[in-house]
Design a protein around this ligand. Structure first.
Ligand code: PBG
Ligand code: ZN
Length: 323
């Protein structure tokens, strides 16, 4: 079975995130998780966002939950000495991301919506999003590793495994693995329309995931590509069983969000990426100017057709009651 429409309805918190029309209930806060204890380390290229060990992450998310931020996206940051050419650590149940998901689900159950990033680049020693074979990213070898990672996140209790890699056929492969292991409530967020963008720089600092050679042009979409390819990617992932279709980055692709959201019947998410966040932070010297800019940006996402908004501005916007 590829499509399980019940997945997006399974919990009240999923329904609030996806179907409520307000901006506040559409927001997802991203987090970066490192190993160790007591670590709460600012990321210089993303003021206001930290890398945190599991204990600190749980404190932060507990505060967020009290503020009414119920949806969270978790990115693993893997220690250099744990990286290898197969990203083996990414699917290890004893890694900080898997431990954090288990812990948060124990604490919050169905009141929290947890998205987990499924990609290889944070755990490969070369920083690419796939397995390299004969000097190229091998699609099928990469997909089989992605399936292992997605399964480990589902086992930990993730609500949505979020495939950010852009390999062909990975949504169908992940769906089949989830089905065969009995995970019929675990959703798949597909980064369907992900461009090889220059706006990911601060994220790669944060996640230590910049490729050590070459770029991501062989899998992420060409920034010059028009609507037909975006629609092809979105419709293909929808057919393979994606529960949410993501477009990324956001500000330079609002036209694509409109085109895609007019065509697909699954909810659409938009990723307000790290470079966009950092641009806003450096352009706004005070709260008042930032409030106006962030509100204007969030409204543009809704107008373009986004149901779900992943943004590093979430916590500040909710805490300061900007919405
Ligand atoms: C990993 C991944 C990236 C982002 C999300 N998942 C970086 C990349 O593709 O290099 C970017 C997020 C951001 O810039 O905020 N595949
Ligand atoms: Zn990647």
């Amino acid at each position: 079975m590829n499509v399980r429409p019940r997945i997006n309805r399974w919990t009240q918190s999923r329904r609030n995130l996806i179907f409520d029309l307000s901006i506040k209930s559409s927001l997802v806060q991203p987090h970066f998780i490192v190993s160790g204890e007591g670590i709460d380390e600012p990321i210089s290229s993303m003021p206001g966002i930290n890398r945190q060990s599991v204990d600190k992450l749980i404190e932060t998310i507990s505060n967020d939950m009290e503020l009414g931020i119920c949806s969270h996206m978790l990115f693993p940051v893997v220690d250099e000495h744990d990286k290898d050419s197969y990203a083996s650590k990414a699917s290890d149940m004893n890694m900080p991301l898997q431990i954090a998901v288990k812990e948060l689900k124990k604490m919050y159950g169905n009141d929290i919506v947890l998205f987990t990033d499924v990609c290889l680049c944070t755990a490969t020693d070369h920083g690419h999003c796939g397995i390299i074979h004969e000097h190229e990213i091998d699609n099928e070898m990469s997909v089989s590793e992605l399936c292992k990672i997605a399964l480990s996140h589902a086992e930990a209790g993730a609500d949505y495994v979020s495939a950010s890699d852009m390999m062909d056929g990975r949504i169908q492969a992940i769906r089949e693995v989830l089905e065969s292991e009995g995970f019929v409530k675990t959703g798949i967020l597909a980064y369907s329309v992900k461009y090889a963008s220059s706006f990911y720089g601060p994220f790669r600092d944060a996640a230590c995931s910049a490729p050590s050679f070459g770029d991501r042009g062989s899998h992420q979409m060409d920034v010059r590509s028009g609507y037909p390819e975006a629609i092809l990617e979105a419709v293909t992932d929808e057919g393979e069983g994606a529960d949410i279709i993501m477009i990324k980055p956001s500000l330079t692709y609002l036209d694509v969000v409109r085109q895609v959201s007019d065509v697909v019947s699954r909810p659409v998410a938009i990723f307000n990426v790290s470079g966009e966040y950092s641009m806003v932070i450096s352009a706004t010297p005070d709260d008042a100017s930032r409030k106006k800019m962030v509100r204007e940006i969030f409204h543009s996402f809704k107008r373009a057709g986004a149901d779900v908004i992943v943004s590093y501005h979430t916590r500040e916007a909710v805490t300061k009651d900007w919405l």
